[in-house]
Design a protein around this ligand. Structure first.
Ligand code: C2G
Length: 130
């Protein structure tokens, strides 16, 4: 079984996220999403509208997602790859090159093109209307 992992905050779920998850699942048989905890979001400088539990609940309802685990540090990726027997790491190309070190532990690293014209930040801005 080819296992794929991806990481993210996934706040205010939108079709850009779904496009990423669909393409990530197409690269293997089992997709794990390492979901940024509320505490890790603070470290990332992000404040998500929905709590970790709510964001986890939504991701678990997506057909492409097989498992959701917490992402609480920048440093957990190598350990996760070993712990979960990961074959492929996938993330949007806004992170291109940032996680190539995973190749050193035998993980294929894939940066997928982001879906244009959609982002949680833009959604928040437009809904606020100012
Ligand atoms: N994404 C995308 N297209 C968009 C918006 C997001 O493909 N229009 C992708 C991002 O590239 C990422 C995933 O959807 O792969 C989740 O996006 P975020 O929640 O913004 O993830 P981020 O905060 O970048 O977290 O350790 C890695 C970080 O946790 C990544």
């Amino acid at each position: 079984m080819k296992k794929v992992i991806t990481y993210g905050t996934y706040d205010l779920l939108h079709y850009g996220h779904i496009n990423l998850l669909r393409r990530a699942k197409e690269l293997g048989d089992y997709l794990i999403v390492a979901l940024s905890t509320d505490e890790f979001n603070e470290i990332k400088g992000k404040k998500s509208y929905f709590s970790y539990e709510k964001r986890k609940q939504m991701l678990e309802a997506i057909r492409y997602v097989d498992e959701v685990i917490p992402e609480s540090t920048w440093e957990q990726k190598v350990e996760d790859a070993k712990k979960y027997g990961i074959d492929v790491f996938v993330i949007g190309d806004d992170w291109a090159g940032k996680f190539d070190f995973l190749k050193d532990v035998g993980v294929e690293v894939v940066y997928l093109p982001r879906t244009p014209q959609v982002s949680t930040t833009q959604i928040k801005y437009e809904i606020k209307g100012d």
